[in-house]
Design a protein around this ligand. Structure first.
Ligand SMILES: O=c1ccn([C@@H]2O[C@H](COP(=O)(O)OP(=O)(O)O[C@H]3OC[C@@H](O)[C@H](O)[C@H]3O)[C@@H](O)[C@H]2O)c(=O)[nH]1
Ligand SMILES: [O-]c1cc(O)cc2[o+]c(-c3ccc(O)cc3)c(O[C@@H]3O[C@H](CO)[C@@H](O)[C@H](O)[C@H]3O)cc12
Length: 456
């Protein structure tokens, strides 16, 4: 499959930043070893990702026009352009691109195609002649608990919240679990995601029909969960490891570098919730008031809440005046990895999207978690309950949000020097970082992954 120039791999990730970015990080690692990559992505996304392409001579972007689907705002190309309840229509748009993708792959003739949500890629494989790797950029836990054949509901019966709370038979973890009031959040997997196909069917078909399943994780963190997935699907599960850029971090923009350097090392609390989360105005206000209560310096980068056009407009009365000089609430995109490695930043409050999870583990920051979607809740359990490297913000009983006091408590318990919890997570996090950031760890994962591909 690989000629003397290595593999020619086509990448076709789901149109979401949290998916395209890790596919590109993996492309960089493969290109570093001489493999050639054709990366298929929506027009607009090319401009957002271009600066992350570290090997332009080996990684070529092929842009695609995302067709309009009724119900989607005109110009929608990625999941960041729409609220979460409209992403199903974006999946329809992606499925409508099948012929265009087929023509392009026919022309490019890759030896392997990596994909995730496009469950129809394997149908093109035999026609065109390539191998398929279903690459998952969510945790093995999220797949194992929800998206395995043993989870299939009995025909014509709705699955209840209580049933969703029970993991599928043989699920190997007793800590990475959903609580009763969270399990209902998983019911979306049985709803339509794209025309006439449920999310569960889309992902399980994508996995069943691939030559190999692959996950952005490592045995050290999720070994037993990966073995469980391999047993469920009767096929190999190849692991890529965390796949993060190592040394080539961009310089932090001057405005942030200048502001951060005004604070003592390890004192600033940074908060970001990824590319998809949009809060209700009330949730947003409770969150910023929680930061105010801590008395610590903070930098919050969040999208404006629903119904507003800017974060400034959504701030509580008098807030800006009270926090001037020690806090910033910014409504745009910031360079998260560069901020996390700034010496003044000591704590990272995040939603535990899988990308942010890896970035937080690789940082020296104390980790405080506020998950939103079900996969983020499972990632949170992995860090807070299993590895004990993070604090999860407590929610009011059965409530979907938290009070300013509980957020403040969580941040203080992570940051106060004399806090027992703070000491424990600092110590455990340092041990995990030593493993994951050791000079040979990520490189070793990729070497093994390439060997696995060669045996496909
Ligand atoms: O301001 C920002 C916010 C985020 N980011 C980057 O954007 C990426 C966000 O990825 P995450 O996986 O954490 O979160 P997203 O919510 O965007 O991802 C999505 O796909 C992965 C799933 O686990 C998440 O549940 C899903 O929401 C990170 O690499 C982060 O560094 C920025 O660079 N700047
Ligand atoms: O919320 C989720 C809970 C869970 O147990 C599993 C998943 O899996 C995936 C997934 C995505 C891609 C794959 O190849 C496999 C699994 C999830 O993906 C997210 O789904 C959102 C749709 O509601 C989508 O908007 C987002 O971009 C995806 O990252 C979520 C869960």
């Amino acid at each position: 499959m690989a000629d003397e120039n290595g593999f020619h791999i086509a990448m076709f990730p789901w149109f979401a930043t949290g998916h395209m970015t890790p596919f590109l990080h993996l492309s960089n690692k493969l290109a570093e070893k001489g493999h050639r990559i054709s990366f298929l992505l929506p027009n607009k996304a090319k401009h957002q990702l271009e600066h992350l392409n570290l090997h332009p001579s080996l990684i070529t972007f092929y842009t695609l026009t995302v067709p309009h689907v009724e119900g989607l705002p005109p110009g929608t190309e990625t999941a960041s352009d729409v609220p979460i309840f409209l992403t199903s229509l974006l999946a329809t748009a992606m499925d409508n691109m099948r012929d265009r993708v087929r023509d392009l792959l026919q022309k490019l003739k890759p030896s392997i195609v990596f994909y995730d949500m496009a469950h129809w890629i394997p149908e093109l494989a035999s026609e065109i002649g390539f191998k398929t790797v279903n690459y998952n950029v969510v945790s093995a836990a999220s797949i194992a608990i929800a998206l395995v054949p043993s989870r299939k509901p009995v025909e014509d019966r709705t699955i209840t919240g209580a049933e969703l709370m029970e993991p599928p038979p043989g699920y190997p973890s007793s800590t990475v679990l959903l609580r009763r009031h969270e399990a209902q959040g998983l019911s979306f997997i049985f709803l339509e995601f794209g025309k006439d196909i449920a999310f569960y069917d889309r992902i399980t078909i994508a996995m069943k029909r691939s030559h190999a399943i692959s996950i952005r994780t490592c045995r050290e963190l999720e070994g037993s969960l990966c073995d469980y997935i391999a047993r469920e699907y009767h096929k190999p599960v190849f692991l890529t490891g965390p796949v993060l850029p190592e040394s080539e971090k961009e310089d932090l923009q001057e405005k942030w570098a200048n502001w951060l350097k005004g604070f003592e090392p390890g004192t600033v609390v940074f908060c970001a919730f990824g590319s998809q989360v949009v809060l209700e105005k009330q949730q947003f206000q409770e969150l910023v008031l929680g930061f105010e209560l801590t008395g610590l310096p903070f930098l919050i980068a969040l999208k404006p809440p629903f119904g507003t056009t800017s974060v400034e407009e959504a701030l509580p009365e008098g807030f800006e005046g009270r926090i001037r000089g020690r806090g910033i609430v910014y409504g745009g995109w910031v360079q998260q990895p560069a901020i996390l490695s700034h010496p003044s930043v000591g704590c990272f409050v995040n939603h535990c999207g899988f990308g942010s999870m890896w970035e937080s583990l690789m940082s020296d920051c104390q980790i405080v978690l506020v998950p939103h979607l079900a996969d983020q809740i499972l990632n949170t359990r992995l860090l807070a309950e299993e590895l004990k490297v993070a604090v999860e913000v407590e929610r009011d009983n059965k409530s979907t949000w938290f009070s300013r006091e509980s957020l403040c408590r969580a941040i203080k318990s992570a940051m106060d020097r004399d806090s027992e919890v703070g000491g424990l997570i600092r110590e455990n996090h340092a041990k995990w970082k030593e493993v994951l950031a050791s000079p040979t760890f990520m490189g070793g994962c990729i070497e093994k992954f390439i060997q696995d591909l060669q045996e496909l």
